[in-house]
Design a binder for this molecule. Structure first.
Ligand SMILES: Cc1cc2nc3c(=O)[nH]c(=O)nc-3n(C[C@H](O)[C@H](O)[C@H](O)COP(=O)(O)OP(=O)(O)OC[C@H]3O[C@@H](n4cnc5c(N)ncnc54)[C@H](O)[C@@H]3O)c2cc1C
Ligand code: FES
Length: 350
């Protein structure tokens, strides 16, 4: 049995097959709706259900509060229709024309920036990848699993890809990258993925918030806006635990001189005898201390789920319209999250 989903803003509609999520069906129909974690935990795919009914047979919609659910919010990466649906969702038309495909890439080099962040440079073998700044790729693993990494370069800078890989303690793929992967090895990837891309139909000031290696897609976005010669003020807050985790801090320092109106703030949650110029605390706190009213900004944020979660709530409370907050949450892969959520449901007897 198939159901039809209609998008309220554009009037576009598509069919959803038995058991498919709304997001999967939209992607099959080459329609781009906002998403990030694909596991129901980040809220990026949140939409409003105007007509119809859906269920959550896979993961529970953890990213929705009780209030949001009562207001008919749904998570499209998990929602499976029970009837035809009319929804109000974030459509990201700019990514619709980019071909998503699998390709092999060769590791050009590995460079260790800090104890737990590695830069990987990858060269496509054969056809190059087309992507928009801020998008990510999945590395395809032999067991059918996939691991997401943001492309840390704006596409105008050439065909090679740059990744900033943070080592996750106990993580299978990131440990492999640190301990075994060598220059000359090949990896299979799929891309481009994601909807964390520049919105250029705005003249508002840009506020970027990065947590740790969340700097990777933010770097690509800033490079892109600078390449466009934007006159929009750009403000970057880059948070990390210790100074060494700000693994590329000379780059934003250079942007201060190169861009029309760029300022940045390093913010450390566990500072250790730093000298001047570094703020202590959490990165979202620094943003809110400096800007009590966020309504004038477009905000792009990327980093660990805890940072995204708190930013999502507090930035909106500080006046930012929700539809001007764009983010990628660096969650674990959907297979890991599904297992964690499954274990949790088992423990609680759900
Ligand atoms: C859109 C997106 C973009 C991203 N971009 C980047 C990026 O640019 N740079 C970057 O560094 N990261 C990025 N990430 C995060 C990155 O994908 C993860 O860190 C990566 O998937 C970890 O893979 P792994 O194989 O090393 O770890 P995994 O083997 O998947 O394990 C991850 C962690 O989960 C634990 N774990 C595994 N299974 C369970 C279980 N059942 N119960 C409890 N715990 C468990 C492991 O012990 C480990 O601590 C991004 C994520 C997303 C979604
Ligand atoms: S909650 Fe659906 S993409 Fe993250």
């Amino acid at each position: 049995m198939t159901f039809t989903v209609t998008l309220q803003a554009s009037g576009k509609s598509f069919d959803v097959r038995e058991g498919e999520t709304v997001l999967e069906a939209a992607q099959r129909a080459s329609l781009a709706l906002s998403y990030s974690c694909l596991a129901g935990v980040c809220g990026s795919c949140k939409a409003t259900l105007i007509e119809g009914e859906c269920g959550y047979p896979r993961n529970p919609p953890s990213a929705l509060s009780a209030v949001e659910r009562a207001r008919d919010a749904v998570l499209l990466c998990q929602a499976v229709p029970k009837t035809d649906l009319l929804i109000a969702a974030r459509e990201v038309a700019s990514v619709e024309d980019l071909p998503r495909r699998e390709l092999d890439v060769r590791v050009l080099d590995k460079h260790r920036w800090s104890s737990d962040v590695m830069r990987l440079r990858l060269a496509p073998i054969g056809r190059r990848l087309q992507w928009l700044p801020g998008q990510y790729i999945d590395v395809l693993l032999e067991d059918g699993k996939r691991r997401a990494f943001s492309i840390a370069l704006a596409p105008h800078l050439g065909p090679n890809l740059e990744l900033h890989v943070r080592h996750v303690p106990g993580g299978g793929f990131t440990s492999f990258v640190f301990d075994e992967l060598k220059s000359g090895d090949t990896l299979r990837i799929e891309g481009p993925l994601g909807t964390f891309v520049p919105r250029e139909d705005s003249e508002r000031p840009l506020l970027f918030v990065a947590g740790g290696a969340g700097f990777a897609p933010i770097k690509a976005l800033i490079e892109h806006f600078m390449h466009l010669g934007t006159r929009r003020p750009m403000r970057l807050y880059w948070g990390a635990r210790r100074a060494e985790d700000l693994y590329l801090r000379e780059l934003p320092q250079a942007w201060v001189n190169e861009a029309h109106d760029f300022q940045w703030q390093p913010v450390l949650s566990e500072p250790q005898n730093e000298i001047g110029g570094v703020r202590s605390g959490f990165v979202h706190e620094a943003v809110l201390q400096d800007h009590r009213d966020l309504s004038i900004f477009d905000i792009y944020m990327s980093g660990p789920p805890a940072m995204i979660d708190v930013g999502r709530r507090l930035f909106v409370e500080a006046g930012l319209p929700e539809d001007r907050l764009y983010y990628d949450s660096f969650d674990y892969a959907p297979d890991v999250l599904a297992q964690i959520l499954g274990n949790r449901a088992g423990i609680h007897g759900l």
